[in-house]
Structure formats: structure tokens, C-alpha cells
Design a protein. Structure first.
Length: 662
């Protein structure tokens, strides 16, 4: 067996967290986050160890250091703060600390009444060695300490055990035999909106005031105050490109379109252009830029749909014929999911010999829209394109535009969804839409927030989309919409709705057992009555205001579930860093019947005296509740309000009642 490079290196570093797939993929954070790194660090014998966490921006040559502290059982932790967008690197270094080992032995011998003469000389040698590594005044101070330890001065023990010597020795350690971790790990730092965002999906062509008229970007611009008033910060637009005529789909996905059917917005490409153009009935690129600018004035950021698929009319079909797969009869292979056929869609062939040219062309599409002011892309069906392509596109774009956010719309197998997130997608759609029972929600959220998944997968919860009208919404009526809204908005830091279908509680399916909408907006222009008295607009506004005013809801890190003795009731807390903001949410999952139960709430975990009353403020209804101890009764009627969103109020230093809760 080959000898090691230096067999005197005794420290082992392993079990580093976060470390995604042995360092193959980066962890994710947002600007201002604290990156806590843990590792198992140990050596043979009983010597004391020291360790540091090394970190730097990827484009900086010099490492910064943060000391690591032992947590017990050979587990250590260190941390650093990421203050800028981009990529950071981190690694670890640890060594046998001869000085702390020596001082620990001196203390033990002193307590045992043993002679220390030789030990003090050993210590003097260690301090003298450190003085050679020191600079400035520190060198002189260490030299003085070394002389003191060699002398018969009565102050030798005070010097040995003093804080000054310990601090200086920690500043100039002997790292000649230090172990460096074998990998440099990466963390990608995004802007806050990648972690905390509130999305509203809207079809611009349905924004016209006149029934039946095709809406424009200017019509959509007039809709901005409505969206902004509900507290959303991302306005997501489905594809805005020219729509093909060949094999155009009609209403309700009919195989043959009528003369006035506008077609599916996801059938991209026509004589007027393709992925870098806008549908002429929506307006011009100048109109689109004006919409983006106006949205920003209302506190909204426009997100674009990125759907890499083409109609038979797309300019690429003629100009880049090698980007498509041909069948033996010479025709291009259209999309299929047997028995369904999508003759209006040609998939791109990522196995073409011209794949590099294809990758460059698609990456250029993103650059074009970045030039138009777009920094958020919702990516349609990324799981149907190669992983390597997405890693290339996202890393290429983020090298020059680290503020760009990519949301993966991939409802597919878990490992595929997680791989896409590892490759660089900033946020991801989830299975939330189909998790409706307490057990389903608890298990799924535990997976997302309590396992390694939390390091790279940022969930975005959507109760509905233009493609998905869940059975729970179909059968549960208005209470079901309220329940799913509260769950999405409080369980996940990022969530979205497809409106106005959501706030108007549209729930009629195309057919029994189908998740498609009847008269789906995907295939026709809608005229929405936004002023309907049964709209959830006011409730959505309230929920989004709660999210913005409570930091606990702006991260997925502080989620904890709590026992409640009714399977139709789910209870959980969200807690901000250092426990400054705590929300307790209780939701009735039964949209038809009132439910009640006893909640076990661990008051001590939140700094409360179990023998004193405490107050809960329901932010949905503005009601105040006075609770005692850890076990309290909950009752919720779905036809009134199916949820409580309590803010925990701790008693201040006063014996007065509610006015003095903080």
C-alpha cells in the first residue's frame, strides 16, 4: 500500500453538511443568509482539536476564515454570511491543537497537585514557536509570555491560564500538520425573491374590457392595480408568442378549431415569428416593455413562460429542420402521450447531431427576454429536456445575470424533480396540489424541510394551475379554496395561484374524473367578472399582507407540526430566526363539516411559562384568544373561516392584561 503524503496528519474530517452528492451540486441560499456548516471532526487519542471554516466568493482568490465550535460527540459547526449574489466556495481545515492540549493537561495536573516544572517548559517552547509566526506587537507579547513560563516567576500559572495567552495562541496556531477537507463545496446565492415570492398567473389575452375581444399588453397593464392590491409581487404570464394555425386546437381541446378560436398559447410559432417574438394581437415589444416597467411601479415583477416546443408553423421548422426528429415517411414527429396526440406541437430533438447549435439557440431565447427586462422564467415541462442542457443554460445565464430566477414546472417523479433543482432551478412546483390529508401534508412537508432536500429544493405551492383543477377544489366548494389558500401561503415561503379562476372559485371540470377545466382558458379568451361579491379577493389580500408582515412565513426553515387529536385538523408553527416571530396555524381540512379537537402546544419551546396565560392574535379575523398551558381546544367551521393564523404574543414585564402582550 502506498504511503500517505504525510502520515503525521491525524485529524479526520467527514460527514460535512451541506454537501450535495459528494459536492457535485451546490447548496442554495439567498443574500444575507447565514450558511451553517457542520462536520464530524476527530482524531485518535485525547488531544484537543481546532478547526476553521474557509469561505470565499468564487471569483475571489483569498479565503476568509470562521472558527468552528464543537457541538458534542465529535460534531463541529461553523458559519459564514453570504452578502452578494453569485457563487461562494467553502471547505474546512482542522488540526491537533498542541497548545490547548498542553493547557488542558496542565489544569488537570494542577488540580491533582502534581509537579509542573517540565510542563511549563514545554509550554514555553510552544509559545516561543507561536511568536515566530506572529507579527507586530503580538510577537513581542508572546515572547514575553514564553520568558515568563521559563522563569520561576510567581505569575507563571496566571500567565498559563490567562485569556490573553489563549487568545494570542489561537490567532497563530501551528497548522503544519493540519488536515484540509478533500473538497471545495459550493453555495449559490440568489436574491430574496427566489426564497420568498407570491405569484399570480394571468392570461393577457383575457384582460380586455369588451367580451370576446382579444386582450392586449395595454389591457393587461390596466389590470396591474387589481393584482398589486391583493399583495402579489410576481405577475406570471403564460406564453405571449405567436400561435400556430396548423392543427390548432379548439375550445375544450377540440381537435379542430373554429374560425374564431385563438388556439393554445403553448402552441408557439407562426408566420409572425417564434420564441423571441410577441403575438401581434397582444401588441409590440415596446408595449411589452411598457408593461414590465408599469408592473415594477406597482411592486410587481413580470415572469415569463419558457416553453421550448414548436408548432408546425414555427420559423425554426423551416430554418432549423435538423432540430426536429423525422419519421420514416419524412414527416416531423409531433408530441404524443398515447392515446393522446398533440399534432399542434413538435418537440425539439435534443439527440440531434446539431445539439450544440440547438443549445445555443435556446439559450439565446433567454438572453433576448433578459434584454426586455425579464429576470424570472417559469419553465414549462423541464423534465422532458436533458438534464445536461438545463445545467448548461442556467449556469451560462447566471454567470452574467446572477439575479435571474428559474421556476421548474415539473410534475413528475421525485428524483427527476430533485435533480432539476440540483442542476440550478431556483424554485420548483411540487406535489402540494395532490396532498390533501393531514398525513400526506405532514409527511411531504417533513421531507421538504427536514431532510437534505431543503438545501437545494425550494418548493413553490400552487393550489391550482390552468392545467390542474384538483378534485379537492371541485368537490369542496368555496371552503376548499380558502383552505388550500391558507395552506399554500403559510406552509411555503413561495406560492402562487392561477387567477382569476382561483379567487372566483371556478371548479367545474371538463368531465368527471378530469383535472381539466371546462371551457379552459388555455383554449379560449375569457371575460372575468372581477367584482363578483363572492370573490376571495379580500381574503387573498389579507393572507398576503400577513405573509409580508411576518418574517416567519418568509422562509421554509422554521416549520414544526404539532399534535391535535382530530385527523381533519392540522396544526403547525412557523418561526423566524431566533424566535422573534412565531405563528401558529390550525386548519380544518374537511371543507364540508365543522371539526374540533385538543391541541398539544409545547409552550416551553417558545419561551412561555406553562403556568401563565398567553395571548394569541388571529390575523385572519383580528380576534384575540387567551390560552393557558400546553393543551387547548380548537373548533373550526369551514363555512365561516376554516383556519386560524395565530400570532403568538408573549407577556411583557407587567401584570396587566392584553395591552401589555408583545
Amino acid at each position: 500500500m502506498k504511503l500517505p503524503e504525510d502520515g503525521r496528519r491525524r485529524v479526520v474530517i467527514e460527514g460535512v453538511k451541506p454537501e450535495i452528492d459528494c459536492g457535485r451540486f451546490p447548496a442554495k441560499r439567498t443574500v444575507g443568509d447565514r450558511v451553517a456548516v457542520e462536520a464530524d471532526i476527530f482524531a485518535d487519542g485525547h488531544d484537543q482539536l481546532s478547526a476553521v471554516l474557509l469561505h470565499r466568493r468564487e471569483d475571489e482568490p483569498q479565503w476568509s476564515e470562521s472558527p468552528m465550535q464543537p457541538l458534542g460527540n465529535d460534531r463541529w459547526q461553523g458559519a459564514f454570511t453570504v452578502s452578494e449574489l453569485g457563487r461562494y466556495r467553502y471547505t474546512l481545515k482542522a488540526w491537533v491543537d498542541r497548545f490547548t492540549t498542553w493547557r488542558d493537561g496542565v489544569v488537570k495536573k494542577l488540580e491533582a497537585g502534581q509537579d509542573l516544572e517540565v510542563d511549563l517548559l514545554v509550554g514555553a517552547a510552544l509559545v516561543a514557536e507561536a511568536s515566530a509566526r506572529a507579527v507586530g506587537i503580538d510577537r513581542k507579547i508572546l515572547e514575553t509570555h514564553a520568558r515568563t513560563l521559563r522563569s520561576d516567576d510567581a505569575d507563571r500559572m496566571e500567565c498559563t491560564l490567562g485569556d490573553e495567552l489563549a487568545t494570542l495562541m489561537a490567532s497563530y496556531p501551528d497548522r503544519r500538520l493540519a488536515t484540509s477537507y478533500e473538497r471545495e463545496l459550493v453555495v449559490v446565492v440568489d436574491r430574496e425573491r427566489a426564497r420568498f415570492s407570491t405569484w399570480y398567473e394571468l392570461f393577457p389575452r383575457s384582460c380586455a374590457d369588451v367580451p370576446g375581444r382579444h386582450g392586449t399588453f395595454r389591457d393587461c397593464q390596466r389590470r396591474l392595480p387589481y393584482v398589486a392590491s391583493m399583495g402579489f409581487d410576481v405577475l406570471y404570464l403564460p406564453p405571449i408568442h405567436p400561435i400556430g394555425l396548423a392543427h390548432r386546437k379548439g375550445a375544450n381541446n377540440a381537435m379542430v378549431a373554429g374560425p374564431n378560436d385563438p388556439g393554445s398559447v403553448w402552441a408557439i410559432g407562426a408566420e409572425e415569428g417564434g420564441h423571441t417574438d410577441v403575438h401581434p394581437e397582444l401588441g409590440t415589444l415596446a408595449d411589452f416593455r411598457a408593461l414590465v416597467a408599469a408592473a415594477a411601479e406597482h411592486g410587481l415583477e413580470v415572469a415569463m413562460d419558457l416553453a421550448f416546443q414548436c408548432t408546425p408553423d414555427h420559423p425554426w421548422v423551416k430554418g432549423h429542420v435538423d432540430w426536429f426528429r423525422r419519421r420514416p415517411d419524412g414527416s416531423i414527429q409531433y408530441a404524443e402521450n398515447p392515446p393522446k396526440k398533440y399534432q399542434d406541437i413538435y418537440p425539439l430533438d435534443f439527440e440531434t447531431e446539431h445539439w450544440a447549435e440547438l443549445w445555443d439557440g435556446l439559450t439565446n431565447v433567454v438572453r433576448v427576454w433578459i434584454d426586455q427586462g425579464i429576470r424570472i422564467f417559469r419553465v414549462d415541462n423541464p423534465h422532458t429536456k436533458p438534464f445536461a442542457f438545463w445545467e448548461h443554460l442556467i449556469s451560462t445565464i447566471k454567470r452574467t445575470h446572477p439575479d435571474v430566477i428559474f421556476l421548474a414546472e415539473a410534475f413528475t417523479r421525485p428524483k427527476v424533480m430533485y435533480r432539476l433543482a440540483k442542476l440550478g432551478f431556483s424554485q420548483s412546483y411540487t406535489y402540494f396540489t395532490w396532498r390533501n390529508t393531514k398525513r400526506e401534508l405532514t409527511e411531504y412537508l417533513t421531507e421538504l424541510t427536514r431532510t437534505e432536500v431543503r438545501e437545494y429544493f425550494r418548493p413553490s405551492f400552487w393550489p391550482n394551475t390552468p392545467d390542474i383543477l384538483n378534485e379537492y377544489l371541485q368537490l369542496g366548494g368555496r371552503p376548499a379554496f380558502v383552505t388550500r389558500l391558507v395552506l399554500a401561503a403559510t406552509l411555503a415561503a413561495s406560492y402562487g395561484i392561477y387567477g382569476p379562476a382561483f379567487e372566483l372559485c371556478v371548479r367545474e371540470p371538463f368531465a368527471p374524473g378530469s383535472e381539466e377545466y371546462l371551457h379552459s382558458e388555455k383554449y379560449e379568451i375569457k371575460r372575468w367578472d372581477l367584482d363578483r361579491p363572492d370573490s376571495l379577493r379580500d381574503l387573498i389580500t389579507c393572507v398576503n399582507r400577513i405573509r409580508k408582515e411576518n418574517p416567519a412565513l418568509q422562509s421554509d426553515a422554521g416549520l414544526r407540526f404539532h399534535d391535535i387529536d382530530n385527523d381533519h385538523l392540522i396544526a403547525y408553527t412557523k418561526e423566524s430566526a431566533h424566535g422573534a416571530n412565531v405563528l401558529l396555524v390550525v386548519v380544518n381540512l374537511d371543507p364540508h363539516h365543522a371539526q374540533s379537537g385538543w391541541l398539544d402546544f409545547p409552550v416551553q419551546n417558545f419561551g412561555l411559562d406553562p403556568h401563565q396565560p398567553y395571548q394569541l392574535h388571529d390575523l385572519l379575523t383580528n380576534a384575540h384568544y387567551r390560552w393557558h398551558g400546553p393543551r387547548n381546544y380548537i373548533g373550526l367551521d369551514p363555512h365561516a373561516v376554516p383556519a386560524h393564523v395565530f400570532r403568538l404574543r408573549r407577556r411583557a414585564h407587567s401584570e396587566r392584561d392584553f395591552d401589555y402582550f408583545t
